[in-house]
Every structure is written in structure tokens, then in C-alpha cells.
Design a protein around this ligand. Sequence first.
Ligand code: GLN
Ligand code: ZN
Length: 582
Amino acid sequence: MYAEVLADLRAAGAEWVQLDEPALVQDRTPAELNAAERAYRDLGALNDRSKLLVASYFDRLGNALPVLAKAPVEGLAVDFTKSAAANLDDLAAVGGLPGKRLVAGVVDGRNIWINDLPASLSRLGTLLGLADRVDVSASCSLLHVPLDTAAERDIEPQVLRWLAFARQKTSEVVTLARGLARGTDTIAAQLAANRAGLSSRANSPITRDPAVRARSAAVTGADARRSLPYAERTAAQRARLGLPLLPTTTIGSFPQTGEVRTTRADLRAGRIGTAVYEERIKAEIQEVISFQEKAGLDVLVHGEAERNDMVQYFAEQLTGYLATQHGWVQSYGTRYVRPPILAGDISRPEPMTVRWTRYAQSLTHRPVKGMLTGPVTMLAWSFVRDDQPRAETARQVALALRDEVRDLEAAGTSVIQVDEPALRETLPLRAADRPEYLGWATEAFRLSTGGVRADTQIHTHMCYAEFGDIVQAIDDLDADVISLEAARSHMQVARELAAHGYPREAGPGVYDIHSPRVPGAEEAADLLRTGLKAIPAERLWVNPDCGLKTRGWTETRASLENMVAAARSVRGELAGGHPART
Ligand code: GLN
Ligand code: ZN
């Protein structure tokens, strides 16, 4: 098929055709590498074709590099940002790319920091000796970064010059190419501006807060451990919370109706003042609490009406984070997000969620769950610093969250959920890199949650069903309760958790929130009975797959009422001594 396509493209006048092969930066079996070798041998042997450029990005090519180096194609595009050292060594080891063109991705296409132009020039100088011809490029497509820093009016000019979005990155590519071809004299002005930007960033008090650094350096293993093992914690939590068997709860957000979004937008635009805004949010919380009480849920939530986005809401309140006005990037399909920027050392000037949680708790005698976004997700859905390891940034965020967790606890919150839906998303592409990542990621989570009393119950949530390769990491979080997506897969996660020997409480979702469909009580009860075959009743929770912010109130009400009815009927079966129906 590709032979035909290549002939068509050539007939249409394409001199070069790029074949994207990011799959080759993942671990591939020898059989897969053989298949790649054969495929490129065949494509290369075609008479009627454009020149071929095989593009890779996001990581090192590893074993695929010798295969591509030998392949009869005219060019390779290789990522020289994160995996520069490995790719350089491997290229040198195969004797370079004689007769080929090397497209050198030295400008990071996934981050928003200005390039270190002198460092890139020296890298490009090395590469010149390894290929027939070297072209300068971004490391990958620029769809991962916003368009243009010039649109940002609220970021102070001093900080704005640390940043490069797609237009700035394109200019960097052009500058580097010119410097490489015609000498650095021809780019003297750009080099001077670059030097000023780099040194301003390195020396700014934003990037170095001595108090944050001292605290982070003083962290010990004990800080990232709960004071008691799970068996003792759960006894204390049972005594304090007095929950029924198969306790019911939700994941946090309730419908973000048009009015809720308008309220936040009105405040931002100055159409309403803080007093009116707070009254409206309070009214929303009242409605959410009173519905949950009437429906008979056991652990309530305040509903997250004040949050525009689960990462942005915290980023806006943490020192060291920058928000953009126009930094939109594609999340998926037609959905765009504006990731905040982790620009400096992170600290929390004041509590971020305590007021609303405390207000919600004042309305009910049932426990209201505190709701936070975990450190790994805060990094995954932001642009991260490139001047320190992600582990260090995660630790700083974790310490800020740890203070928030403490403050929630001190305000009387007995259940606190720290969401980590992105834990798996930033799993390194190469298996060899995963233990290190999972090590700091799980430590950051435990650091944010480890400081609580034994009778404070820590929940976490992840919204995906396939976690086979991180189930040990989920265990390592040491959360008392985890909720997971499971409705569509008919409790597959429950079986996987059981197979792993997961020792703590879990709530595999019984309500698929990705559709407006209302699950019937009997359907939810059936899922619970299936869950009970894998997880004992004392450790099984009843909850939806994820938050309800995208749902409407009508279906939310009906679905949650059915979910509670399902829990009650299965409780009855358990109490009556009847074996759970299958
Ligand atoms: N607490 C968040 C909510 O309920 C969790 C969202 C998520 O898992 N992505 O909306
Ligand atoms: Zn979720």
C-alpha cells in the first residue's frame, strides 16, 4: 500500500516524504525490529518514490537506531533533547549516517522554555561529523506547545523572555541553522538575547527559593510513610467513620452546569464581586450536599463547583506556577487546555481548599471528603521545569500538598482524596526508565499524604481500566482506598487487583459516567456482586467510574440513587447470609 502511496506522492511532486515512527523509541522485540528492517528494505528498493525521511521523537532509538542507519532511506530525524546523550553515543557507535541526511531535533517541541542556543550549536557541531548533511529541527511536532508568547500580556516581561512557544521555537530553529551554516557572527544579536534570557532565569528568585529547597532537602523516608500499617489504620478509621459495609461515595465533581461556569466567568470578568460569587458557590454546595444526604450516600463531597480545572485551580494558588492567557494546546479531538507552567520553586502561601470543604462539612453530619489533585498529575498536566529533575519538582509540589492535607485534617476532615489520574500517562516509554519514575512518583504521593493521623482515611482515584503495568505502583501509594474505572470492563480491575494481592480497600466504578445513560439499580448490583468475587465485602466501596462534572443533574440524580439502592440490596444479601447471587 505504501509503495502505491509513495508513487502517487512522487507523481504529485513531493521530493521528500516523512514517515513517522515514534513506535521505534519504545522497546521492540527482535522480531519487530526485523520486520522494520524488511519493510524499509522493500520501501527503499522502490524505483518510483520520493526520498524517505524516517522520523522518531520523544526518546532514544536504542536498538532501532542500527536498523534505521542501515536502511536504504535518505534521511533520519532523531530527538536530541531529552535523550541526546544516548542517541549521540548510538549514532557514533554505528559509524554515523554516511550518505544520509540527519534531521537533528535540538529544539524541544514538548516544552515551553527557550533553547540553550550555545549548547545546541555545540551539539550540532558534533553531529556535523556524523552525517552527510545536518538539518536543524524541533524535536517533534509543535502541536504540544502554544502558539506565540507575544499574546501573553499578564506574564511580566522579565519572565516572558524565558519562554518559547511554537513561533519562538521556529525562530530558534532558523537561528541555529543560520549559525551553523554561516558562523555565529551572523546570529550575534540572537545569541546575546538568548544569553540574557538564560541567565535571567537561572538567577531569578522565582526559580530558587531557599526555604523551599531547604525543606525539600530535609525530607526523610519517614516523611513519606504513614505512622501505622494499614491494618491498624483501617481499624482506627472504621471506629471513627462508622461506615456501613459497601460504603457509597462519588469521585468529587458534581455537574458543572451552565450557571456554575457562568458564575466563575462572571467573577473573572468582574461582572460580579467576591461576595456574590461566594454566595452562589455556597448555594451550589448546599444543593450538592442536600442531594447526597437525601440519596443516602455515605461519604459526601462538596462538588468542586469552584474549580475550573483540577490542575489549574491549584496552580493558580501555588507560588512558582505561571498561568498563561492564551497558551492553548490540544488535549484530544476538539478539546483544548491551557496547561500552567511550573516555572519556579513551589510553595503554598495559604490554604487552597479548606474553606469550601469546611463549609460543606458544616452542612452535614456525614463525612465530607477533602479533594486534592496529586503531585504527579500536577506535573503531568503542566509544563515542567527543564532545569531540575522532575523528581525534585514533584517533591516540592508534594510538600505544598502535604500542608494542605494537614490543614484539611486540622479542620476536621476525616477523609481526604488525592487524585492521581495521570500516574500512568507519564510512564516512560522505555521499560528500563520506569522504575525510577515510579519510585519518585509514588514517593511524592506518599509525601503529600503520609503526614496524617492513622484515623484519617486517604483515598486516591485513577480513571482508567488498564493498569497491569503499574499495579505495584498503585499498591506502593499506600492509600487506604482507591477508586478506579471499571463499569465498562465489568469489574476487570477488581480481578486484577485481587490477582496482585492488593491488600487495601478499592472502589471499582459501577456507574459509567462517560455516557448520559442511567444504569439501573439491578445492573449496578450485578457489578457489585461481580466485584465481591474478587474483593471481600469489608474492602469494597461503591462509586461511579469518575467525577460527574460533564454530566447533567437529571441523569446524575437517577444514577446515584440507583447506585445507593444497589449497595443497599447487596448489603441486605450479605447480612441475610445468602451468598451473593451470581
Ligand atoms: N476529583 C475529580 C473529579 O471528580 C477527578 C477527575 C479525574 O479523575 N480526572 O472531577
Ligand atoms: Zn477519573
